[in-house]
Design a protein around this ligand. Structure first.
Ligand code: HEM
Ligand SMILES: *[C@@H]1O[C@H](CO)[C@@H](O)[C@H](O)[C@H]1NC(C)=O
Ligand SMILES: *[C@@H]1O[C@H](CO)[C@@H](O)[C@H](O)[C@H]1NC(C)=O
Ligand SMILES: *[C@@H]1O[C@H](CO)[C@@H](O)[C@H](O)[C@H]1NC(C)=O
Length: 317
């Protein structure tokens, strides 16, 4: 299916701070830790040079953080004693690169001890990951606090890749996010990788009468079935989420329109007219996607929840 592209007048003025981001501000550390942002950016850049999967990991980590207890760095806490932390919960599959946040935190602590929260470091690192992958950049409102609670059982609150549009809408609206935010933020899948288990439902035993999700392009489904046979024995087998998985671009939306998305939750965006028209718009215009992504990222990353500044991002004091 070919996308019909309309020429769109691009508006470059991003609306920066949304009304409800109460305590957050873009110049939060101007006085107290002026070099925090450049230090974090350097740490992200350095890690990326050794490992090109780092940007995807940081972006997903921030999303998981914000969807459980708000963006409070709960995703960074380690399991302690009997309390199994979020990072050891079921959908932790492919969460990695926690060391990047540790390195950034250590350097920032050396400059301004006890000032910059782990939640802010993660929000900034996610922004840097996008920008350093060829995506847009933006001012991140800061002033988040870190939380003290992280529970593996709460990862059940994350949307599942098998969710339909109704379930996705519900998951997002519970966090003050709209269908437009869902359409734009799903574009995060322009970066990174998915394991077979996350799209297994679409390529084997789709339902009792059909093996393959008919909304998937047949040749694409066939190639995925080769990589992910039903009795898959290859550890970490899977596929890139889009064909340019280390570049932040609008390829994800172009492929989605061709039936070449991996997850049911991606495909679901084509099942309402509103989200479908946004997918078409973003497939046609990188600028429209960038603009919408920035706006929705600021909204998602402004869901707060913590109470303190952690010293070590893995442990509460
Ligand atoms: C709409 C609901 C969403 C669902 C159901 C979902 C689900 C998933 C799943 C299942 C994976 C693959 C995990 C694996 O098998 O390894 C994944 C990867 C990823 N997701 Fe999402 N996601 C959603 C929204 C988002 C959002 C809002 C973002 C960020 C803005 C995001 C960013 C990513 C990234 C970057 C990866 C690749 C991670 C890596 O390669 O390390 N996702 N997502
Ligand atoms: C994910 O959870 C498993 C099982 O609890 C754990 O062994 C693994 O270290 C976790 N992965 C990460 C990245 O924390
Ligand atoms: C989505 O899934 C839920 C739960 O399985 C189901 O009740 C609902 O009817 C589904 N909605 C659509 C639009 O398929
Ligand atoms: C299985 O999926 C196909 C394609 O969406 C549909 O036509 C068929 O009715 C489904 N069968 C069942 C039993 O749900």
């Amino acid at each position: 299916m070919a996308a019909i592209c309309f020429s769109l007048v691009s508006v470059f003025i991003f609306s920066l701070i949304s009304g409800y981001s109460n305590a957050l501000s873009v110049d939060y550390y101007h006085q107290t830790c002026p070099k925090a942002e450049s230090t974090i950016r350097k740490a992200v850049k350095k890690a990326m040079m050794n490992d090109n999967t780092v940007p995807a990991a940081l972006l997903r980590m921030h999303f998981h953080d914000c969807f459980i207890r708000g963006c409070d760095a709960s995703v960074l806490l380690n399991t302690k004693g009997k309390n199994k932390a979020e990072k050891d919960g079921p959908p932790n599959i492919s969460l990695h690169a926690f060391y990047v946040i540790d390195n950034a935190k250590e350097e920032v602590e050396a400059q301004c001890p006890g000032v910059v929260s782990c939640a802010d470091i993660l929000a900034l690192a996610a922004r840097d990951a996008v920008a350093l992958s060829g995506g847009p950049t933006w001012d991140v409102p800061k002033g988040r606090k870190d939380g003290r609670i992280s529970k593996a059982t709460e990862t059940r609150q994350l949307p599942a890749p098998t969710f339909n549009i109704t379930q996705l809408q519900q998951s997002f609206s519970q966090r003050g996010l709209s269908m437009d935010d869902l359409a734009a933020l799903s574009g995060g899948h322009t970066l990174g990788f998915s394991h077979c288990s996350s799209f297994q439902n679409r390529i084997h035993r789709f339902n009792t009468t059909t093996n393959i999700d008919p909304s998937m392009q047949p040749s694409f489904a066939a190639s995925l079935r080769k990589i992910c046979p039903i009795h898959n024995k290859v550890k970490n087998a899977g596929s890139k989420l889009d064909s340019s998985a280390t570049t932040f671009d609008n390829t994800y939306y172009k492929l989605l329109l061709q039936g070449r998305s991996l997850l049911s939750s991606d495909q679901a965006l084509l099942t309402t007219s509103r989200t479908k028209s946004l997918v078409s718009k973003f497939a046609c215009s990188q600028e429209e996607f960038n603009k919408a992504f920035v706006k929705s990222m600021i909204k998602m990353s402004s869901i707060t929840g913590g109470t303190e500044i952690r010293k070590d991002c893995r442990f509460v004091r």
